[in-house]
Design a protein around this ligand. Structure first.
Ligand code: SAM
Length: 247
């Protein structure tokens, strides 16, 4: 997968050299290209923002540098089109489902903003020609979109074939489609069996796979009910029962 990121802080993306994603890049599974937005500014100060029309506090990112920067990235492969992802708190929520959808794309272009965001005409311009998603990583406001891009690239990157050591671990994850849809994973344990007086639940030491699977599902249901009741409420009862009957 090719990933392009245009930002005024390309240095923010140093973590993409590390761990799973760093290894995926080394192995050519993920091909990341970082671009400095200011390279497309026209004045000596390399200005990329201006005051908002209609007044109000803060600055808005100018359309011209964004347009030229995006055009330059698109020119890298005129035969293909990336899916453009614009991080913004006013976008649709980024979910595991969306991460899976992005993991199936050959090319993603992220446009993290600063200030009050990007002049809306940029999204209108490219939205008329290709898929442009305005996406939020949560109901809070970050200072800039770089961290949001790191979140999305990591969530998408670990789903690419060959990135996770054990591909099965993504299947058991919280939110994974199938049995874990809309569910949070329950507690996990490793050795030793007793630590500071806390014992590993006995069932996990029993070697009884069927009972362990049932226990894990009950814990997932319990944790979801406790922490995210709305996820359980949104589940079709039939689907929930179907997965429960299997255990
Ligand atoms: N005025 C904007 C609003 O209230 O919607 C917030 C702008 S925020 C200070 C600057 C930039 O950070 C945004 O344009 C976006 O790129 C990024 N950002 C902030 N919060 C985000 C979130 N929850 N999800 C995705 N991107 C976010």
């Amino acid at each position: 997968m090719r990933v392009d990121v245009i930002s005024i802080f390309p240095e923010y993306f140093a973590p993409l050299d590390v761990s799973l994603i760093g290894k995926a890049r080394e192995r050519g599974i993920l091909d990341v290209h970082l671009h400095q937005l200011r390279d497309w500014a026209r004045d000596v100060h390399r200005t990329v923002d201006d005051t908002p029309y209609g007044g109000g506090p803060g600055m808005v990112m100018k359309p011209e540098p964004w347009g030229e920067a995006i055009d330059a990235v698109l020119a890298a492969d005129p035969a293909a089109q990336p899916r453009i992802i614009v991080p913004t708190p006013s976008g649709v929520p980024f979910t595991q489902k969306l991460a899976m959808e992005y993991a199936a794309e050959p090319w993603l272009l992220f446009t993290p903003a600063r200030y009050e965001g990007i002049d809306s005409r940029v999204m209108a311009e490219y939205g008329a020609r290709m898929r442009v998603d305005e996406v939020s990583v949560g109901d809070y406001v970050l200072a800039g979109g770089e961290v949001a891009v790191l979140v999305m690239v990591e969530a998408v990157g670990r789903l690419l074939p060959g990135v996770l050591g054990n591909a099965h671990s993504a299947v058991d994850d919280s939110f994974a489609p199938g049995a874990m849809e809309n569910l949070l994973e329950g507690p996990v344990y490793t050795k030793p069996p007793e630590w500071r007086g806390h014992e590993v639940p006995e069932i996990l030491l029993s070697g009884h796979h069927g009972k362990i699977a049932r226990w894990r599902r009950d814990e997932a249901l319990r944790r979801t009910a406790r922490n995210r009741l709305e996820l359980l409420a949104a589940l079709d009862p039939e689907t929930l029962d179907k997965h429960d009957r299997k255990l």
